[in-house]
Design a protein around this ligand. Structure first.
Ligand SMILES: O=C[C@H](O)COP(=O)(O)O
Length: 249
């Protein structure tokens, strides 16, 4: 059975003091909304800006929530070098980070990320023991042109060359559903994720849905058999709202 991974992606939100304020409230909200037994088998993950990684790696162990981890939002493929503005896998590993998002559509759209660089980042992350969350998904234009499947299959084929499917999470994020409030129907997300799974050699991979996930649609999304978690942007910024998402039922 794939592990359930409920992840937040803070994107470029929260200063250190704002991040600390979030974690001063989040554990209480988690305890108030469900029993620990109900969420014990889940991985809870929050991928934060680089500037928050070190301080949260120090703070989170003191919260008594053993299934809560902090992750990064990108990683370069080189161990080090003249790559201004980038962060390497050894830098994340030294902080004790275990998860990193790779190939988010905002990286592909705004920062020139290609399938080739996504593939290099995935391999470097895995070589250093990190678990990558690979993001794939189609644009509105591609969906309207009935190219959803062919596009995602081409992303998977290129991104996963020589990538270890035993240490990988995939997030299906239709671009048109990100930050728009226009959630993909849960049954449609389930269908596409089933198709993604059919292309993998390891069928037990955790495959998440991402795109306008909120506390009021999480229950329906997580009720779908192919969906093993969510990657949540905007709604992960609020401690009460994200606790409710973690405690889906
Ligand atoms: O990584 C998260 C996704 O981009 C979803 O963002 P959103 O929940 O704000 O739509």
């Amino acid at each position: 059975m794939p592990k359930i991974v409920i992840a937040g992606n803070w994107k470029m939100y929260k200063t250190q003091s704002e991040a600390k304020a979030f974690f001063s409230e989040f554990p209480a909200h988690l305890k108030a909304t469900a029993s620990q037994a109900a969420i014990a088998d889940q991985q809870i993950l929050i991928c934060v800006p680089y500037t928050n990684l070190a301080i949260l790696q120090t703070l989170v162990p003191s919260l008594g929530q053993n299934n809560l981890s902090i992750g990064a939002q990108n990683v370069h493929w080189a161990e080090n070098g003249a790559f201004t503005g980038e962060i390497s896998a050894p830098m994340l590993v030294e902080l004790g980070i275990k998860y990193v998002i790779i190939g988010h559509s905002e990286r592909r759209q705004f920062f020139g990320e290609t399938d080739e660089t996504v593939n290099k980042r995935l391999k470097s992350a895995q070589a250093h023991g990190l678990t990558p969350i690979l993001c794939v998904g189609e644009s509105k234009q591609q969906r309207d042109a009935n190219e959803t499947e062919s596009w995602i299959f081409s992303q998977l084929a290129a991104d996963l060359v020589d990538v270890d499917q035993n240490n990988l999470i995939i997030a299906y994020e239709p671009i048109w559903a990100i930050g728009t409030g226009d959630t993909c129907e849960a049954t449609e997300a389930n269908r596409v994720i089933g198709l993604i799974r059919s292309k993998l050699s390891n069928r037990d991979i955790t495959i998440q849905y991402g795109g306008s996930v909120k506390s009021d649609n999480i229950d329906e999304i997580m009720a779908q058999p192919e969906i093993n978690g969510v990657l949540v942007g905007g709604a992960s910024l609020d401690p009460a709202g994200f606790a409710r998402i973690v405690n889906y039922r």
